[in-house]
Design a protein around this ligand. Structure first.
Ligand SMILES: [Fe+2]
Length: 504
């Protein structure tokens, strides 16, 4: 009650004042004016206000007080009439009705306030969830973008790896791509030596020259050796905290590292290492990406290795053919190597591509292979050949194509050999081609072949001096030889860029 009066002093004052005013009016009318029926509308004001402010209790309380005030003078004077009692009852009825309505209104307001508070809480939660969802969506988008970038790079890597068989290029590209994708700043590709069963560094970045040259790891030795032996990829987030490799101390002070095996058909051929010397921890996703790249890389490395073996086999075959020619023609011993040396030097001077130079090299080594089909007596005749004998010798380009023409490896070499005796003016053999019609390789080979023949001794003539050979070449430039190539050769001789004759 104390609390109630503290909280509502004004309202209590208003109601109290109203009640007193009503009592004064009632008694004034009854005792002073002696009127039996008074104007009672004023009594409703405190009743309605009490009911409005304090509900049913307020309405009932004020109406009962005012009802009693209204009846009391009539009771005192024993003049209680039914209309007086009805008037007081009406006060109570009005107080009850307004109180019930007020209580209902207050309950509705309280309910609405609770609903509003709940809605506000829900709204706050929704805003929070929305922010969380936005952050999650952003993170997801970033992850997806990173994965797309990785896959795109892996696809590009796969395309490039499939387009080259040069082992050096393949290894360098694998290392460069791995470092790029994983934001690493050091790494190496190690290949397993089949004979010694040791891992050796074949491509590296961020390692000292000494480390590259001297590092040899047996299976199980160090991190790379462990990976090669176990055939499992390895992620070391923080090397200094990893107890598995306490003994391993990197000179490069690695912070984090990834190492994956390079496997082809379940056989280990090496390992791929990448590392960070700065504060960067690789993740399991990084390890998965490097493993995918290693799968592509291993196949590319194996293909490049096989291609290198094939190239070696190819060159061995060529050398075997050259030996076969020289075994039959004693005068031309060493001739093929000399011609090759001159032709390759001229080709380089002309700025031809590596592939074109390689083709010219093979063609030069094999240019006289057709002489296998010419009688030994003619080839080794210690005198000038007769016309009939010379006609037989002239068939050697044709015989060459019959011997090696069906071998796919020599496909580009055949036209050069077939036309190497064509003359620039069209008076040569086999087809009588002229000028630019003659393959460039054949024109180079023709000049190199003639130069070596001139500077070599024959039973029927001494060797030309260098000056004599140059003079002879210049004399026949434009008729037998391509003048541009003669000019290149003469310039090379002047600048001493050709192998010296005494050394042949
Ligand atoms: Fe020839």
């Amino acid at each position: 009650m104390k609390n109630f009066s503290k909280k509502n002093p004004l309202k209590i004052g208003v109601i109290g004042g109203g009640i007193i005013l009503c009592a004064v009016v009632e008694y004034y009318f009854h005792f002073i004016l002696r009127m039996e029926i008074i104007y009672t509308h004023i009594f409703y004001v405190p009743i309605i206000l009490g009911a409005y402010w304090w509900g049913l209790k307020g309405g009932l309380g004020t109406s009962l007080i005012l009802g009693f005030i209204h009846l009391f003078p009539h009771i005192l004077t024993a003049n209680l009439m039914s209309q007086n009692i009805a008037g007081s009852l009406l006060f109570v009825v009005v107080g009850l009705m307004v109180g019930v309505i007020s209580d209902q209104r207050n309950r509705t307001i309280a309910h609405l306030q609770r609903v509003t508070r709940k809605l506000k809480r829900t709204q706050a939660n929704l805003i929070k969830s929305q922010k969380h969802l936005e952050a999650w969506s952003k993170s997801l988008e970033q992850t997806v973008q990173e994965r797309i970038n990785e896959l795109t790079t892996l696809f590009e890597v796969s395309k490039v790896l499939g387009s080259t068989f040069n082992i050096h290029e393949v290894l360098e590209f694998i290392l460069k791509s791995s470092l790029h994708i994983l934001h690493a700043n050091t790494g190496s590709v190690m290949l397993l030596d089949e004979e010694t069963k040791e891992l050796r560094i074949r491509a590296a970045k961020g390692l000292s020259q000494e480390a590259v040259e001297k590092t040899r790891l047996k299976l199980g030795e160090g991190i790379a050796g462990w990976v090669a032996k176990m055939e499992k990829p390895l992620l070391i987030s923080n090397i200094s905290k990893d107890t598995r490799f306490k003994k391993f101390k990197s000179k490069e002070e690695l912070y984090s590292a990834l190492c994956v095996p390079l496997k082809v058909e379940d056989k280990i051929i090496g390992v791929l290492n990448v590392g960070a010397t700065y504060l960067h921890e690789f993740t399991k996703d990084d390890l998965r990406t490097l493993s995918i790249l290693a799968g592509e890389a291993a196949v590319a490395i194996r293909n490049a290795q096989l291609f290198t073996q094939l190239e070696e086999l190819y060159m061995e075959t060529v050398k075997a053919f050259v030996k076969a020619i020289e075994a039959k023609d004693t005068y031309t011993s060493g001739h093929s190597e000399h011609v090759t040396s001159y032709a390759v030097t001229i080709a380089r001077e002309l700025g031809l591509t590596k592939e074109e130079i390689d083709t010219i090299r093979t063609a030069s080594l094999l240019h006289d292979i057709g002489k296998i089909g010419v009688d030994e007596d003619i080839l080794n005749k210690p005198a000038k050949l007769t016309r009939e004998e010379y006609d037989k010798v002239k068939k050697h380009p044709l015989i060459a194509t019959q011997i090696i023409g069906h071998i796919p490896l020599f496909k580009k070499v055949i036209p050069i050999i077939f036309h190497h005796h064509e003359h620039y003016d069209g008076n040569g053999y086999v087809s009588g081609l002229r000028g630019e019609e003659i393959p460039l390789g054949s024109r180079i080979l023709g000049v190199a072949d003639a130069f070596d023949a001139m500077t070599s001794e024959r039973p029927y003539r001494p060797a030309y001096t260098l000056e004599g050979a140059v003079k002879e070449l210049k004399k026949n430039a434009g008729s037998q030889f391509d003048p541009k190539i003669v000019e290149v050769l003469c310039t090379l001789i002047e600048k001493s860029k050709l192998p010296k004759i005494e050394e042949r």
